[in-house]
Design a protein around this ligand. Structure first.
Ligand code: SF4
Length: 234
């Protein structure tokens, strides 16, 4: 089996539970999703509204007023929304759908000031918990490959519930060299190891270990897994 380009979310699923990765990405036999969690649905809707603001360079009517300030700032930086980036095995930038792509991601927002060499990356988050820097750093690594003239990156999460920008790295920004150190050096071995495993073990479910956790009790859609259980009744 020829492995397809991986994403941060796929790597994350593998790290959480290899068996879940097997069902989600290889056999693709996950159970029905049912009603989306209210936070997920809100996130999906707000992503579309934020995208429209950036694309039209206006604060569209559907934008809740509490996000007007951040959207005004992002519009003024003249950035782009939903930018698809990918790299090949040499970490060179390739088209998102290129057959040689090994890793890819979609950036919620990116703005580059070519005069100062500063790149701003924002990932919108609608849950309460601030995620680890891993996701935003993997996106920054993709951007670093696509825009080699940028010398300093400012990757951040916009935590919509708190209306706060959470900066990854130190406040003065991250040099392009540090992006390579902080993400690609860790990311590439993980990507290559998982691709190798997919090629070797895609036909053998027993080679994908199970990591039992609270997810197994009604929060995992890998219904074929022997540890999958219904949600406990309240
Ligand atoms: S039910 Fe639990 S062990 Fe099985 S795939 Fe899901 S998370 Fe992994």
């Amino acid at each position: 089996m020829k492995p397809w380009p991986l994403s941060h979310s796929a790597l994350n699923t593998f790290e959480t539970c290899p068996r879940q990765f097997f069902h989600k990405y290889i056999t693709k036999d996950m159970g029905p999703e049912g009603e989306p969690h209210p936070n997920l649905e809100l996130g999906r809707r707000m992503h579309l509204i934020f995208e429209e603001c950036i694309n039209t360079r206006t604060l569209v009517g559907a934008l809740p007023s509490e996000h007007a300030y951040i959207m005004s700032v992002l519009i003024s930086l003249d950035g782009k929304a939903e930018v698809k980036l990918a790299v090949d095995a040499h970490m060179n930038p390739v088209d998102y759908n290129d057959p040689n792509a090994i890793f890819r991601g979609i950036l919620d927002y990116i703005a580059i000031d070519h005069d100062t060499g500063v790149g701003v990356i924002i990932d919108y988050k609608f849950g309460a918990r601030t995620p680890s820097d891993a996701q935003i750093m993997s996106q920054t690594a993709l951007a670093r490959a696509a825009f080699p003239d940028v010398s300093t990156w400012a990757p951040s999460y916009y935590m919509a519930q708190k209306r706060k920008v959470h900066r990854a790295g130190d406040v003065s920004g991250i040099s392009s060299a540090d992006v390579t150190l902080m993400s690609m050096l860790e990311l590439k071995p993980a990507i290559m190891a998982l691709r190798h495993k997919i090629e070797r073990d895609a036909d053998d479910v027993s080679r994908w270990s199970t990591e039992q956790s609270g997810l197994c009790r009604g929060y995992c859609l890998a219904l074929e897994c022997p540890f999958n259980q219904p949600k406990p009744k309240r």
